[in-house]
Design a protein around this ligand. Structure first.
Ligand code: DC
Length: 244
């Protein structure tokens, strides 16, 4: 059955759809993915959290992030589970279980952020993550957010959005989210973001790039409300086409 036919046969077209949201760090993917999940009644899955959980394990084990073989050995004895958040505002964050331990609150700091970007360049780690992500999203009815969802994890996704923005704008948005006592200065945030961009876009295996059939959404000059409205319109148009 083609993707179109399978959607057509679903009573609730949003029920089986896969929405892939890819783009660089700080482009607003999580915010948009959460909004779309709530709006269309989909599960929201943040794949970056899985790379982060594994990076946390590697850091705890004291492994050098350049030692591929050791990291691959560690991966072989690691169980990561990603559980979708709820659809109520404020409750959307995914729960991430690392060998059964809930590490959701431990994976957003700068050390883990940089380590996640570094372990994610290793092909064997990526292959493992992609398999897990395909399993959790297999039933459809999901918004999945990451770097390679539309290109590698679900190339057959019904909707693909590539969300981008200028690095300076992404950096300042990140800085503004850091609250009254930011851990970094704006120029440091932008510098770290550029370094992550560099690694994500230039790695040999599944580099960050838009799928040929992705819709590009550049939020550099848009407000959050405008980006949300645009993303919503993209998904809604696909659902209308599927129901026709
Ligand atoms: O989206 P995030 O910032 O939580 O992702 C953390 C790191 O994981 C990011 O630097 C790149 C990597 N990543 C990836 O390579 N592929 C994905 N699908 C998701 C994240």
């Amino acid at each position: 059955m083609s993707a179109d036919e399978s959607l057509f046969r679903t009573a609730d077209p949003a029920g089986k759809i896969i929405v892939a949201i890819d783009g660089p760090a700080g482009a607003g993917k999580s915010t948009i993915a959460r909004h779309l999940a709530r709006h269309f009644g989909l599960l929201n899955l943040e794949t970056g959290a899985m790379y982060r959980a594994f990076a946390l394990k590697a850091l705890r084990a004291g492994l050098s992030l350049d030692e591929r073989e050791s990291l691959e050995g560690l991966a072989a004895e690691t169980v990561i589970r990603l559980e979708p958040g709820k659809q109520e505002p404020g409750e959307e964050e995914n729960r991430v279980l690392l060998d059964g331990e809930d590490v959701t609150g431990l994976i957003r700091n700068q050390t883990v952020t940089n380590a996640a970007s570094r372990v994610s360049i290793i092909p064997a780690i990526r292959a493992w993550m992609v398999r897990l992500q395909q399993q959790v999203g297999a039933g459809g009815g999901v918004v999945m957010e990451g770097r390679d969802i539309g290109t590698v994890v679900f190339p057959q996704a019904e909707v693909k959005i590539f969300l981008d923005a200028a690095p300076e704008v992404r950096g300042i948005r990140r800085y503004d989210q850091m609250g009254p006592e930011p851990a970094q200065q704006p120029d440091e945030v932008i510098r770290d973001l550029r370094a992550r961009d560099e690694r994500d876009r230039n790695r040999a295996d599944s580099p960050l790039k838009p799928a040929p059939d992705a819709i590009l959404l550049d939020s550099t000059h848009l407000t959050l409300e405008e980006v949300v409205a645009a993303a919503e319109a993209i998904v809604a148009a696909r659902l209308v086409r599927a129901a026709d």
